[in-house]
Design a protein around this ligand. Structure first.
Ligand SMILES: *Cc1c(COP(=O)(O)O)cnc(C)c1O
Length: 374
């Protein structure tokens, strides 16, 4: 597949497997978990080498402009495999302080137990001074969940290269459509595929994408952890990915319109969206992102729960990234394991809401927000 094709084209065609029997347009689902070991290369779904695994990984690699990848049973499966394959007792991790709650909790509980050291960094300016002689990995998330902070990826990429440290990003919120971190020198891209990659709130999966060399170095840990997926799920992900570009373009446009509406209304405050001039990191986001994603974070001026209950179209739901718009209270869901103090540090209040904007008509969504705030 030509590398210079547009992402709308790659999303549909990259990695496609033409079935030699029927020449059908879709990849057949290879359901077996038991294969002849005498006449063909060893295959076992946990080794991620069925044609269905390969089709998804090839498509994602084309979109993320990289060489190789691994699929996992969830985003946390991907994140934990990166940490456990890159870090050993005595090593040090530099990590952004405001990250997905599950990743934060894994670091402060599991990595701590394994005697892997870590430093949390709040500000772009503080990453360099956090590096120690035993630092092995710099880990960031941009835009971050839920406050949508923007990390300067060129700076992170250069820090990694000049210090011989691997760099990893959780690219879930931007997706490969809006951001290709590899262009800024980042080594490892992670996605919770349960969000935009699957896009219909019905699949759990995770992905790690990187160079062939780095993926090879993670392979045995991934085999050991065993957080893999079967071919049926791969097929559904492949189908979802065909509409990734068109979904993300529409969802990002919708989110921008809604963010503008929320910012102009005096009934909402603390509106965060990387596309707004008033949002932190806007200037960096403008340079490194194609569009600004489909999540908007804000505080209603009335009671948050009452506001959510009055919404008709937008549904209260814990996850994000589906074609339907959903809204959640991060303090009560994704970030509930953080203490009051830790939440305050990242600027997350009890009333803060995170809106995941879907593919509906944006004016209908704005009308729903209007009637609910009264
Ligand atoms: C949801 C999420 C994860 C975790 O993914 P799961 O598929 O739920 O394990 C990781 N990072 C971000 C940014 C997420 O939103």
């Amino acid at each position: 597949m030509k590398k210079n094709l547009d992402k709308n084209t790659l999303a549909v065609h990259a990695g496609e497997y033409i079935d030699p029997i029927t020449q059908g347009v879709n990849t057949p689902i290879f359901t077996s978990t038991a294969y002849n070991y005498i006449d063909i290369d060893f295959q076992y779904p946990r080794a991620q080498n069925t044609p269905n695994h390969k089709a998804v990984i090839e498509k994602l690699c084309a979109l993320e402009k990289t060489e190789a990848g691994l699929m996992f049973g969830s985003g946390m499966g991907a994140i934990s495999c990166v940490f456990l394959s890159m870090l050993s007792p005595g090593d040090h991790l530099v990590i952004q302080s405001e990250i997905y709650g599950g990743a934060y909790y894994f670091v402060v509980s599991e990595l701590k137990r394994l005697k892997i050291d870590f430093s949390f960094v709040e500000d772009n300016a503080d990453f360099e001074s956090a590096i120690r002689p035993n630092t092995k990995l710099i880990y960031v998330e941009s835009p971050s969940n839920p406050m949508l902070n923007i990390v300067d990826l060129r700076m992170i990429g250069e820090l990694g290269k000049s210090n011989g440290i691997l760099t990893a990003i959780d690219n879930t919120f931007a997706t490969p459509i809006n951001l290709n971190p590899i262009e800024f020198g980042i080594d490892i891209m992670i996605h919770s595929g349960s969000k935009y990659i699957s896009g219909h709130s019905d699949i759990m999966c995770g992905v790690v994408l990187s160079s062939q060399k780095i993926i090879d170095s993670m392979f045995s840990t991934s085999m050991g952890l065993g957080s893999t997926i079967n071919a049926q799920t791969c097929y559904l992900i492949e189908r979802s990915l065909k509409t990734l570009a068109i979904r993300i373009e529409r969802q990002s446009q919708n989110a921008f319109e809604i963010a503008r509406f929320l910012e102009e209304s005096d009934k909402f405050k603390g509106v965060r969206y990387p596309g707004l001039k008033s949002s932190p990191g806007h200037e960096i986001a403008k340079v490194q992102m194609k569009a600004f994603g489909a999540v908007v974070t804000f505080d209603p001026t009335t009671d948050s729960d009452e506001f959510v209950k009055r919404l008709n179209l937008i549904k209260p739901a814990m996850s994000l990234g589906g074609v339907e718009s959903t809204i959640t209270s991060p303090a009560r869901t994704s970030h509930m394991k953080l203490s009051e103090d830790e939440r305050q540090k990242i600027g997350l209040s009890d009333g803060t809401l995170r809106l995941s904007v879907g593919i509906e008509n944006y004016q209908d969504l704005i009308d729903d927000l209007k009637q609910a705030i009264g």
